[in-house]
Ligand binder design. Structure first.
Ligand code: IVH
Length: 670
C-alpha cells in the first residue's frame, strides 16, 4: 500500500523525536548528523507541501515567533514553592529530626539531587503535547515563555509513547553549560557585546528574550526534577516520578541518588562538595527530598516551603582584602571597565589581585571606595567578584571613585549610550583600541589579510607607522622590513594580501570597522539594504531601525560611530586608498531595489524570515509598520489591521501566491 503524506509525516516525526531524545537527552546519537538532517529535510518539505498538516508539536516547530509582543502573566497550576535553605550539617540534622517527628519514624528514605543554579520553570502538557512553559515569577504567577522554551531541544514537544504520563505539570531548571557559556562570552567579546557575568545570568537573560530565534542560538539546556501534577497516574515515590519523567522523554540528572537516613545524605553532600567543579554546569548546593509521596503529603508545606525537602547550600569561597586603587581599562570597542586592584589574597588555589567592578552603576550600588576593605568571592568559577564592602572597617580615609568622562588613554570623550551601563571612548583611533581594531580588520571574517598578525601590527603601532585602519593601505615594503626583518617573499605576500583586501566588498568593510553590536549578520544586512557606504552614512537612526533585524541598539551604535568626524575621515581615506565600498551586486538580481515591504499574517510556504531574506537579497527592505512610503504589503492568513491600513494608504497588496510567483520569476508583477 502506498503511504499517504499524512502517514509519512507522522512516521518522520516519530523518528525525529526518537533521535532528538537520543542526541539531546541521552547523549547517545544512533545516526549521523547527515542522516538526521535528511529526515528533517524530508519532513520540512512535506509540511511545506501540506501546510494544513503542520501541528505545534512537530519537530519543525521549535523556533516560531511569539504570538504576543509581551510575555503574558500566567497563573501556575500549582504554586511554585521555593526550598528552605541550610548551610551546615547541623541544620540538616535538625531538618531530619523534624521529618522523623512529623512522620513518627526514624526510618526515612531520601532522594538526593544536585541543586542546579539556573532558572526554575514549569512545563504543562495536555494529551502529551507541550502546552505552556512558564517562569517561576512570584510562585503564584509566572510569565509565559513557551516560545522560548520550545527552542530547547531536550524539552519534548510531545511525550513518548512508552510513558503513562499525559496530562502533567513537570518542573525543572533551565541552565547554560559552562563550556558553552565560556564560548558564547568569547564570541560576544569579539562582537563587542557585553559578556554575561555568569551562566545563571546568561540563562535568565536568554529565556526573557523577546525573539525566540535569538534564544534558539543560545546554548540552553534543562534538567527536570519534579513531577508536580499527574492526575490519574499511580506513583508512590519521587524516585518513581523521576524514572517516569525519564521514560516520558525528559532530561533528568544522572547524579540523583536514593539514600536512607541522614548520615548517607551527608555523605552525598560531602562527595559533591569536592566534585562539583568537575561538572559542566554550576550547582549551588544539594536538594534533599523525602522519597515517599504519601510521607511528603503528610509533612505538607508552610506558605513558602515544602516541609519534606531542603536545600543544602555550599558556602562560596570568600575572603576579605583591601582595594589599593581602581584602574580603568579600555577594550577593543572602547569600553571603559573599572578594575579593583587588590592586596593579593589566596582564594581556592590561586592568587587574586584584581577584580572587575564592571561599571559605574555597580560601583555606586555597592558603594565601593578606594581604600575599602571588601569581601571577595570566586563565584563558582574562576572570576573573582567583589561581593560587598565591609563598612565597619571604614576609617574616613576611603575615597569615592568617579568614572572618568574622558578616555584615560587618548583623552577623547567617553560617552554613555542610551540603555547602556558602560562608558565608551568614541575615538576609533584610540591607541588602546587600535591594535585590536587593526587585528579585527585583517581577520578572516572581515578583510582576511593574511600575514597581518598581532605581532606585526603591534610593532607597526608602537613605531607609529600605523595610526588608523586606513594607514594599513599606505604601508610599503620598507616599513614592513624595518619593523620585522621579514623575508622578501613574505613581505611581498603580505603587501599583496593588503592590496587584494580592497576588493572584499561593503559587508566585510562594515564588519571590519568593528562597530559595537554590528557583527557579520548585521553587516550583511546593511550592505544588502543600502548597497553603498555613502547611503549608510546618510541614514538616520529611525530609518535604520525600520530594517528587519536591525534593532534600536544596533541603529544607535551605527549612528554614533558614523557621526564621529574622525571615523568619517578614516572611511574617506579608505575610499581614497581604493577600498571598495559597494555591495557585491549581480545584474538584474536587485529587482526590488528601493522597494519597501511589510509582511503580515501567517505565511504557509515559508517563514517570515525567509521572505525577508529574499526581499533584502534583491535590494528591497522589510519594515514593521505601514507608512506612506510602503510599496507592498504581503498578506498571509488572518492579516489583521495592517491590511485595513494598507487599503487606506493605497499600498499594493500581494497575497502569498503572487509573492511566490514574484520570487520565482524575479520581477515585480504587473
Ligand atoms: S525541587 C517543591 N529540585 O531551586 C519542589 N529545585 O528554591 C521545589 N532547583 O525554585 C523544587 N535544582 O528553581 C528542586 N533538584 C532540584 C533543584 C531545584 C535547582 C531550584 C528551583 C527552585 C529552587 C529552590
Amino acid at each position: 500500500m502506498v503511504e499517504s503524506a499524512e502517514e509519512r509525516i507522522a512516521k518522520l516525526r516519530k523518528e525525529i523525536r526518537y533521535h532528538d531524545r537520543k542526541y539531546y537527552v541521552e547523549d547517545h546519537p544512533e545516526i549521523s548528523d547527515h542522516e538526521y538532517d535528511m529526515l528533517v529535510k524530508e519532513l520540512k518539505e512535506l509540511e511545506e507541501r501540506y501546510p494544513h498538516l503542520i501541528t505545534p508539536d512537530s519537530p519543525t516547530q521549535r523556533v516560531a515567533p511569539m504570538d504576543t509582543e509581551q510575555f503574558q502573566a500566567v497563573e501556575h497550576k500549582i504554586p511554585m514553592l521555593s526550598l528552605d535553605n541550610t548551610y551546615n550539617h547541623e541544620e540538616l540534622r535538625e531538618f531530619h529530626q523534624r521529618v522523623c517527628k512529623g512522620l513518627g519514624t526514624e526510618d526515612v528514605e531520601y532522594v538526593m539531587e544536585l541543586k542546579m543554579d539556573g532558572l526554575g520553570v514549569a512545563l504543562l502538557y495536555e494529551n502529551k503535547v507541550l502546552q505552556r512553559g512558564a517562569t517561576r515569577g512570584d510562585g503564584i504567577k509566572g510569565e509565559d515563555i513557551t516560545a522560548n522554551l520550545k527552542t530547547i531541544h531536550s524539552i519534548p514537544l510531545k511525550l513518548t509513547d512508552e510513558t503513562v504520563l499525559s496530562n502533567i505539570e513537570a518542573r525543572g531548571e533551565v541552565y547554560m553549560p559552562r563550556d558553552e557559556f565560556n564560548a558564547m562570552n568569547e564570541e560576544r567579546l569579539k562582537e563587542g557585546e557585553e559578556p554575561f557575568a555568569n551562566p545563571r545570568n546568561a540563562a535568565a537573560g536568554t529565556v526573557r528574550q523577546k525573539d525566540p530565534k535569538v534564544v534558539a542560538q543560545r546554548p540552553l539546556d534543562i534538567f527536570v526534577y519534579h513531577l508536580s501534577h499527574h492526575p490519574g497516574v499511580e506513583l508512590k515515590t519521587h524516585w518513581e516520578c523521576i524514572k517516569e519523567l525519564k521514560r516520558a522523554g525528559f532530561r533528568v540528572s544522572e547524579n540523583t541518588a536514593k539514600v536512607s537516613g541522614i548520615e548517607e545524605a551527608l555523605g552525598y553532600i560531602d562527595h559533591w562538595e569536592s566534585k562539583k567543579n568537575e561538572l559542566n554546569y554550576e550547582i549551588d548546593g544539594i536538594v534533599i527530598k523525602v522519597n515517599d509521596l504519601e510521607q511528603q503529603e503528610k509533612l505538607g508545606a508552610t506558605s513558602k516551603h515544602p516541609r519534606w525537602a531542603m536545600a543544602y547550600k555550599y558556602p562560596a569561597v570568600r575572603k576579605t582584602t583591601l582595594i589599593k586603587k581602581i584602574e580603568v581599562q579600555v577594550g577593543r570597542t572602547g569600553k571603559l571597565t573599572p578594575v579593583a586592584i587588590l592586596e593579593p589574597i589566596q582564594l581556592s588555589g590561586s592568587t587574586v589581585s584584581r577584580a572587575s567592578l564592571h561599571n559605574e552603576d555597580e560601583i555606586q550600588r555597592k558603594d565601593v571606595r578606594v581604600g575599602d576593605t571588601v569581601l571577595v568571592e570566586k563565584a563558582g568559577e574562576i572570576i573573582p567578584q567583589v561581593v560587598k564592602v565591609v563598612t565597619e572597617k571604614r576609617d574616613g580615609t576611603q575615597k569615592k571613585f568617579e568614572m572618568p568622562r574622558e578616555c584615560p588613554v587618548c583623552g577623547s570623550k567617553a560617552a554613555r549610550l542610551e540603555e547602556e551601563v558602560a562608558r565608551r571612548c568614541v575615538n576609533a583611533q584610540c591607541p588602546a583600541q587600535l591594535k585590536e581594531r587593526l587585528e579585527y580588520w585583517g581577520s578572516r571574517d572581515a578583510m582576511d589579510i593574511e600575514g597581518l598578525g598581532p605581532k606585526l601590527l603591534g610593532k607597526l603601532v608602537d613605531k607609529g607607522a600605523v595610526k588608523s585602519i586606513a594607514d594599513i593601505y599606505r604601508l610599503g615594503k620598507i616599513q614592513l622590513v624595518s619593523v620585522e626583518r621579514m623575508a622578501d617573499k613574505s613581505t611581498r605576500n603580505t603587501l599583496k594580501a593588503i592590496e587584494d583586501s580592497k576588493e572584499q566588498g561593503l559587508a566585510r568593510v562594515i564588519q571590519g570597522l568593528g562597530i559595537k553590536h554590528v557583527g557579520k549578520r548585521a553587516a550583511q544586512i546593511l550592505a544588502e539594504n543600502y548597497g553603498t557606504m555613502e547611503r549608510i552614512m546618510e541614514a538616520d537612526k529611525s530609518e535604520l531601525e525600520e530594517i528587519h533585524e536591525i534593532g534600536p541598539k544596533i541603529a544607535e551604535s551605527i549612528v554614533s560611530f558614523l557621526e564621529d568626524e574622525r571615523n568619517r575621515k578614516m572611511i574617506e581615506r579608505l575610499r581614497q586608498a581604493g577600498v571598495k565600498m559597494e555591495a557585491e551586486m549581480q545584474e538584474g538580481e536587485r529587482f526590488l531595489e528601493g522597494k519597501k515591504f511589510v509582511l503580515t499574517g501567517a505565511l504557509e510556504g515559508f517563514t517570515r524570515d525567509q521572505a525577508a531574506e529574499f526581499i533584502e537579497k534583491h535590494g528591497g527592505r522589510v519594515t514593521s509598520s505601514i507608512s506612506g512610503s510602503t510599496d507592498f504589503l504581503i498578506i498571509g492568513e488572518n492579516p489583521g489591521s495592517k491590511l485595513d491600513k494598507a487599503k487606506k494608504q493605497g499600498t499594493r497588496i500581494l497575497d502569498e501566491e503572487s509573492f511566490q510567483r514574484m520570487m520565482a520569476e524575479g520581477h515585480i508583477p504587473e
